[in-house]
Write a protein that binds this ligand. Structure first.
Ligand code: SF4
Ligand code: MG
Length: 332
């Protein structure tokens, strides 16, 4: 089977004050194939990090299933869960926040190996730390220094070395480049790509915009307010986006060539992102969708495979919907 991860109808709701329910993730289904990079994209608050954490079992699920190599990660006993964490690791957005400032680089990278008791011989463990530093483009002289002595890009390299320490198969990268300068972003992306090829890694790459994701992802899922709204191969998503939200996200990417910039229409979304505590009826995007129709406020659009491997949740692509006149009053 080429699917390493299957997320099936995953739902994650949080109870917040006064019995209100925050619907962070709603009925999300996708799979990740062995060796690919799957990009998960959406504005902050759309539920993408919650999906990452629920996949890892850091959050309990509300409903649905997460299967890793065919096994339900939320049903693992303590011992199997411990082993599961060797195979799946996470990289975070802010490398500084995720690294203990009082630990040396050596301590940060060897911690997972100590927890999992990989080496009895400390010398062997240290050699492994040196090796990992070199694999991420740093060197052994960095081992006794502290994270704060490094630049943002270097700290992210330390975070990557730590994530690789247990030789995982799968890495969830939660906005690993969002806090970095654009020039450094490309370097970290190139490093991740090189490591993927060397080690046969599978990535779930979480990001809030589409600009860098295209370069690293084989397939991309677009999320809005806890829902997956479109999913297809990266090139198809760029060349032939279907969902009005995807079109708006794509139109926001600056194009370096001024001639092309002129030709591309910028779609500015009006209105605020609604609260996941009180989401709109029908299609969750309809309060900001320039194409919203009468049916959009009444019925949730189904998740449909419109062409092969191209999924979208939008009534515009539903042949059974007859009246597709836009209704302006649905937009707040
Ligand atoms: Fe817009 Fe309606 Fe499609 Fe939702 S279902 S994205 S509101 S056209
Ligand atoms: Mg996040």
């Amino acid at each position: 089977d080429d699917k390493i991860l299957e997320v099936l109808h995953l739902k994650k709701h949080f109870t917040v004050g006064k019995g209100q329910v925050l619907q962070a993730v709603n009925d999300v289904t996708f799979n990740v194939k062995r060796g690919e990079t799957f990009g998960l994209v959406g504005e902050s608050g759309c539920g993408k990090s919650t999906i990452g954490r629920t996949i890892l079992g850091l959050y309990d699920k509300t409903d649905g299933d997460v299967l890793y190599d065919g096994r339900n990660v939320h049903d693992l006993n303590e011992k199997d869960r411990f082993q599961f964490y060797r195979r799946m690791q996470m990289i975070f957005q802010d490398p500084y926040a995720s690294l203990n400032p009082r630990s040396t680089v050596k301590e940060v990278i060897s911690e997972p190996m100590e927890i999992h008791n990989i080496y009895r011989d400390k010398k062997e463990q240290l050699n492994r730390v040196y090796q990992l530093l070199e694999e991420v483009g740093l060197n052994r002289d960095h081992a006794n220094r502290y994270p704060h002595e490094f630049s943002g890009g270097q700290r992210q390299r330390i975070g990557i070395a730590r994530a690789l320490a247990l030789e995982p198969d799968f890495i969830i990268a939660d906005e690993p480049i969002s806090a970095l300068d654009v020039s450094v972003q490309a370097q970290v992306v190139n490093l991740l790509k090189a490591l993927q090829i060397q080690k046969g890694l599978t990535f779930l790459f979480i990001a809030h915009d589409l600009s860098m994701v295209k370069q690293i992802s084989d397939r991309i899922g677009v999320m809005y307010l806890g829902h997956l709204v479109e999913l297809t191969e990266s090139t198809t998503l760029y060349d032939d986006p279907l969902h009005p939200y995807t079109k708006a996200l794509l139109s926001a990417i600056p194009i370096p060539d001024p001639d092309i910039e002129e030709a591309r229409e910028r779609i500015i979304l009006k209105g605020e992102l609604p609260s996941p505590i009180n989401p709109p009826s029908g299609c969750v995007f309809r309060t900001r969708c320039p194409m919203a129709m009468e049916i959009c406020s009444k019925t949730k659009p189904a998740w449909q495979e419109v062409t092969q491997d191209h999924y979208v949740a939008c009534h515009l692509y539903d042949e059974t919907v007859e009246n597709k006149e836009p209704v302006k009053s649905l937009i707040r």
